[in-house]
Design a protein around this ligand. Structure first.
Ligand code: AKG
Length: 288
């Protein structure tokens, strides 16, 4: 690792072995279900390369970028590439709100077929030990170069009420997503931390005082205070990361023209009650 400085929400974090470590590739464990379950139970994530068909993922990417004015895309490239031109089309509705392509995408039939493909449910059944169902609210995230916008450090249990019952989050990158395009990162074994203790460790270090759900936007501070590293990877279309409600995760700012698009979907046992806030299609202004 060289002296590269990455950032998240504008705050820098050096890309060194003190702060970063690659996610472990668990793909080979798919042939050993009990070892796969053990890994998930011990580390609260699974990184599965090429779990989904790469061309199917790129079809969804293409479908999404086809919904934009071509001004968004670099001249001579295609919607399937999803490369930023440097220009945001005028009159584009606010991200993820009615009439924005992200709002339309999560209501699109092809997108629905993609996120409900049987192998996603089969994996959930294996990990949850029971037949599972999926929450209908499926956020779509789209981060653009140099906007210094990323996901703050948080755990999913704060956002989805489950009264301690297990559920799974799947993070699906909708295209290649190298580190500098702003992929998801996980604080190593942070499910072992007590959330209130973490909040005490980092004090009031937040750029969103009106929202007490995220832990902090300062990923460097969080790594230093906990002595834990951020797990990262250069994701590729087809990769899937599964995580538990308790592992702390965040994302990095993008400095890459390749636009970062992803969706995150949730599975829970079929008989468990649903948090009603997650029972409708996502919209970026639903505030849940
Ligand atoms: O994609 C992101 O940056 C955030 C996703 C997330 O928080 C999740 O999948 O739970």
């Amino acid at each position: 690792m060289g002296e590269i400085f990455l950032s998240s929400n504008g705050l820098s974090i050096p890309f060194t072995e003190q702060y970063f470590c690659p996610l472990k590739d668990c793909t080979h464990l798919l042939n050993h279900p009990s070892a796969l379950i053990d890994f998930y139970q011990n580390h609260h994530y699974l990184y599965l390369k090429n779990f989904l068909n790469r061309e199917d993922v790129l079809d969804i990417r293409e479908r999404y970028f086809q919904k934009f004015d071509t001004l968004l895309l670099k001249a001579g490239t295609t919607p399937r590439d999803g490369i930023f031109s440097g220009y945001i089309p005028p009159n584009l509705p606010r991200f993820g709100t009615r009439s924005h392509p992200a709002y339309e995408m999560v209501r699109d039939g092809e997108f629905h077929n993609f996120v409900t493909q049987p192998k996603l449910f089969e994996l959930a059944k294996l990990l949850l030990g029971k037949p599972s169902k999926q929450l209908q609210r499926r956020p779509l995230r789209h981060f653009i170069k140099n906007t210094k916008t990323a996901s703050r450090a948080h755990i999913d249990a704060i956002y989805i009420a489950s009264e301690g019952r297990p559920f799974l989050s799947y993070w699906i990158t909708l295209g290649d997503c190298p580190l500098d395009a702003g992929g998801l990162i996980y604080l190593e074994d942070s499910h072992q931390e007590n959330l209130e203790h973490l909040r005490q460790l980092i004090g009031q270090r937040s750029d969103r005082h009106w929202d007490t759900r995220p832990l902090t936007h300062d990923l460097k501070l969080l790594a230093e205070k906990t002595g834990r590293r951020w797990l990262w990877n250069n994701y590729q279309a087809g990769d899937l990361v599964v995580h538990s409600p308790y592992i702390v995760h965040a994302s990095l700012d993008s400095s890459n023209d390749l636009m970062r698009v992803s969706t995150d979907i949730r599975f829970l046992p079929e008989d468990d009650p649903i948090d009603w806030r997650w029972s409708n299609d996502w919209s970026a202004d639903d505030t849940y």
